[in-house]
Design a protein around this ligand. Structure first.
Ligand SMILES: [Zn+2]
Length: 357
């Protein structure tokens, strides 16, 4: 009898441990603005990498990223995704193989895309421009920040200066560092240096900073504050594409792959995040392919700009690798998936259905 009770107690302790662990999962959501599935799954585009209109140093670029097969090209472009993530996680959106991920909003540009990713519901009635308008919708960052588990454990870092509005920083209470904002509060030496450097390294653009600043502000915040839900929005890929700079677009994609690896490596040597963290990576919209110059553009008039992708890896994610079967996912599914991972209830008004990852 006594033995039985002891066994039962041991089982109960084990069960409690597992449940406590499960509710302790952390999520890092990452977006690469306007990065095409075409480059993610097939690497450098043969029609663009050899095109003088878009590339100035063709030899250098080809040496770095041109290979005979799409498999070799994508690995040269994004080595972390194609050597590590492809083994431990999932890559959705290779339409050549039938795996499709689409936006459900009809705008196919940034604010509507981020609204859909972050809220789980497209809103074509209210979100119709990239203007700095406070989002009337509630993001999952705000929802999680309102729970007892998530309170004060949420943060967002973005390269584009519209994020304080998309996340509605004022109403949500979620701290957002975006555009050319500096780090504030009790700063460490690295943050002080980042603040100084950001003022001395001019961005090519007026409303988007270079991603290295966004990345390192986020990484320092992770080390200090250990958020349980963190959103990082890299922006360079979209702006270099609008500028028609294919060379810079590819180099930025390559660099972002390494930045994401740095985040992953950090989480795996940090007690708070190690084996407890799920990464979800996606984009706010696609871009065109035909006519060729539409690779620079997106929006409802650009064919294919609603075609996106999703990559996930980390705790509990099945290692499916590149998905090679017919499927149809939508961008409004990421928000409810994240709430589910965080053990937070999914409100009825969220349109998207959570994914089984
Ligand atoms: Zn754009």
């Amino acid at each position: 009898m006594k033995n039985k009770i002891l066994l039962l107690m041991a089982a109960l302790v084990a069960f409690l441990k597992i449940s406590a662990q499960d509710s302790d999962t952390k999520v890092i959501l990452i977006t690469l603005d306007g990065y095409r599935w075409q480059e993610l799954f097939t690497g450098a585009d043969p029609l663009l990498i050899g095109n003088k209109d878009y590339v100035h140093e063709m030899d250098v670029l080809k040496e770095a990223f041109w290979r005979e097969t799409p498999e070799e090209r994508r690995e040269a472009l994004m080595p972390f995704f194609w050597t590590q993530v492809s083994k431990m996680g999932q890559l959705h959106g290779n339409r050549n193989l039938g795996s499709k991920v689409n936006l459900t909003n009809g705008m196919w540009f940034s604010y509507p895309g981020y609204n859909e990713i972050l809220t789980g519901t497209a809103d074509d009635k209210n979100i119709r421009s990239n203007d700095k308008i406070e989002n009337p919708n509630t993001t999952i960052l705000e929802r999680y920040n309102k729970t007892s588990e998530g309170k004060g454990k949420v943060a967002a870092f973005g390269s584009w200066d519209v994020f304080p509005f998309i996340i509605n920083e004022k109403r949500s209470g979620v701290p957002v560092n975006a555009g050319f904002e500096t780090a504030t509060g009790n700063l460490n030496e690295r943050e002080k240096f980042l603040n100084e450097l950001q003022g001395q390294v001019p961005s090519p653009w007026g409303s988007v900073r270079l991603d290295a600043f966004t990345h390192h502000y986020a990484l320092e915040h992770m080390k200090k504050e250990h958020p349980k839900l963190l959103y990082i929005s890299y922006g360079e890929t979209d702006d270099f594409a609008h500028d028609g700079e294919y060379q810079a677009y590819l180099k930025s994609a390559h660099n972002t792959d390494a930045l994401i690896k740095e985040l992953w490596d950090f989480t795996q040597q940090d007690d708070f995040y190690k084996d407890q963290t799920v990464f979800i990576v996606t984009t706010d919209h696609g871009r065109g392919t035909e006519p060729l110059d539409t690779w620079r553009s997106h929006g409802a008039d650009i064919k294919g700009a609603d075609q996106v992708w999703m990559v996930t890896f980390g705790k509990g994610v099945q290692p499916l690798g590149e998905v090679k079967q017919e499927e149809q996912l939508f961008s409004n599914q990421f928000a409810p998936t994240i709430l589910k991972i965080l053990n937070t209830s999914i409100p009825k008004e969220i349109k998207g259905q959570p994914l089984k990852i």
